[in-house]
Design a protein around this ligand. Structure first.
Ligand code: G3P
Ligand code: CA
Length: 244
């Protein structure tokens, strides 16, 4: 993995080119030399870690229903590719374990705990999965856990304190100096919506010992001004737009 330049992080995989959060999108991102794959995890009704963004399968599959109400077997029955393009027919909603296998030695993972309050115990399940794959120690680089839910991140940090944490930020109030100092107690990354970032904020985050990754780049013209802020990573649907 290349770490001496801005991290190229593929949002839900190379989701501009393949159906988001599928093995096809993750494989495409790896082929495009992404450093990290960003993905969203939730729990199936029977408590399995699955990779999908929305609370329902409706937008990104031919099925219907809430992830929390469907078993892994039911989630695996839906087609998660044809909504994007017929050529991806047959893509499935992956388990986290499948993405860990696919990416091992090829790209890091930026794993977002999605809708944490709907899934009590998801932090322990995630920690157990990382331990099972030997990814729970600081030398097993390439895993970052992020969430908008700061309480969930604190719970995860208490379980596996050596795994880096990223706080997703969509509100300016989380980027003031005092709040950043509070977040620095458990976070290694502050990952704001790109419209919130300024050079001063990036410098403040750096001065507090944390790194900055911005989301979500969807146009090539957005890249240069964001790089000029001095950020550490860019999260994009199009890994080919990011040149570190
Ligand atoms: O990684 C940043 C980004 O994924 C956060 O927003 O809605 O795409 O999960 P969302
Ligand atoms: Ca996400």
């Amino acid at each position: 993995m290349k770490t001496n330049r801005v991290l190229n992080i593929a949002h839900r995989g190379a989701s501009g080119y393949a159906p988001e959060n599928t093995l096809a999108a993750f494989a495409r991102a790896i082929a495009m030399n992404a450093d990290y794959l960003e993905l969203d995890v939730q729990l199936s009704r029977d408590g399995r870690l699955v990779v999908i963004h929305d609370q329902t399968v409706d937008r990104t599959s031919d099925g219907t229903g809430r992830v929390v109400d469907l078993t892994l077997e039911q989630l695996r029955e839906v087609d998660a590719g044809s909504w994007f393009n017929k050529k991806f027919t047959g893509e499935r909603i992956p388990t986290l374990a499948e993405v860990l296998h696919l990416s091992r030695g090829k790209a890091g993972l930026l794993i977002e705990i999605k809708w944490a309050s709907m899934y009590p115990g998801i932090e322990h399940k995630l920690a157990d999965e990382l331990i099972a794959h030997g990814l729970d120690n600081p030398n097993a680089s390439g895993i970052i856990i992020q969430s908008f839910d700061q309480e969930s991140l604190k719970r995860f940090h208490a379980i596996l304190p050596n795994v880096p944490i990223g706080v997703l930020v969509e509100n300016q109030k989380d980027l003031v100096t005092n709040k950043l100092a509070e977040l620095a107690a458990f976070a290694d990354y502050i990952n704001p919506y790109m419209g919130l970032a300024t050079k001063e904020i990036v410098e403040d985050i750096h001065s507090q010992g944390m790194k900055v990754c911005l989301w979500t780049v969807r146009s090539p013209g957005a890249v240069k001004p964001l790089l000029e802020l001095g950020v550490d990573g860019l999260i994009s649907d199009y890994p080919d737009y990011i040149r570190g």
